[in-house]
Write a protein that binds this ligand. Structure first.
Ligand code: ADP
Ligand code: MG
Length: 269
């Protein structure tokens, strides 16, 4: 086993880095939710982001994707400073995220949810379908064709006409990931994709992430509490605690680091 992860200590200027952040800070009242945080995301990697509850992981995703604004620091995507861009502008550049809580439209079908995803993610006006559940506009053939492909990739084909409200928690998570595939993107940020997913669907989710990484060239950053998923998929793993970058390395390095053990035990106490 190598002692140094292949991605460890990669600086933001390394050509393999697609996305990086420097000095990001976000306070809520007196709480520094994200505090001078930095990271680099390498092309083709599945990078894990772990840390105790309240460490600032979701807030970091919000800052990186533009859902929330940092008070200082910068975000660089494909070598371009995107710190001031709106979320849909960042999405257009190829960075898509999911939310910790699924955001499907319960009264629309799985297929309709997929067909709506491009407008949602790219900040365009919601089409008529939103106001007329059940009336999928076949006129947008390209979107329809892509939705059929995504149904295959995400194993949701058998559920295409099911209302999203009727899906299990795990199926909603699959749909959430599937919706990211509706627009051209190279970076996918997943916030707790495994939360509330049963073991069988967890395997499907894992397979899907591996396939998207290996066969479709997607780069992932994944926040997840399920350490089996992190161990199986992620290298490197970044550990965040109290808003800060604590350490980074392979899963084995991280797991055995006293600072990480302390951070988790401190959080639990
Ligand atoms: N909108 C908000 N308003 C006030 N405090 C917030 C808000 N969002 C997050 N926080 C606080 O910021 C800290 C980090 O939260 P979060 O980013 O959700 O952590 P994580 O995702 O790692 O569990 C926590 O102390 C949380 O209570
Ligand atoms: Mg969170």
């Amino acid at each position: 086993m190598s002692l140094v992860s292949p991605h460890d200590r990669v600086g933001p200027d390394d050509p393999r880095v697609l996305l990086s952040a420097e000095g990001l800070t976000r306070r809520f009242g007196g709480v520094r939710a994200v505090d001078d945080m930095r990271f680099s995301l390498c092309e083709g990697s599945i990078t894990g982001l772990i840390g105790p509850n309240g460490a600032g992981k979701s807030t970091l995703f919000n800052l990186v994707t533009g859902v929330d604004r940092s008070s200082s620091g910068s975000v660089t995507l494909f070598g371009e400073d995107i710190t001031k861009l709106r979320p849909y502008q960042r999405a257009r550049k190829g960075m898509i995220r999911t939310f910790q809580l699924s955001r499907e439209f319960g009264r629309l079908t799985v297929l309709e949810n997929l067909m709506l995803a491009p407008q949602q993610q790219l900040g365009e006006r919601l089409p008529a379908i939103f106001f007329q559940p059940g009336a999928v506009r076949r006129s947008d053939d390209a979107v329809y064709e892509r939705a059929l492909e995504v149904l295959q990739i995400s194993r949701l084909e058998p559920l295409r006409d099911e209302y999203a409200a009727n899906l299990s928690g795990g199926q909603k998570k699959l749909l959430e990931l599937a919706r990211t595939l509706m627009i051209e993107c190279s970076i996918i940020l997943l916030d707790e994709p495994g939360a509330g997913v049963n073991p069988a669907l967890m395997q499907t989710l894992r397979d899907m992430i591996v396939e998207l990484n290996r066969d479709h060239g997607k780069t992932f950053m994944i926040v997840e509490h399920d350490m089996d998923l992190i161990a199986a998929l992620c290298d490197p793993v970044i550990v965040m605690t109290e808003g800060r970058h604590l350490m980074e390395g392979s899963f084995d390095e991280v797991r055995s680091d006293p600072r990480v053990i302390e951070a988790y035990l401190g959080g639990a106490a």
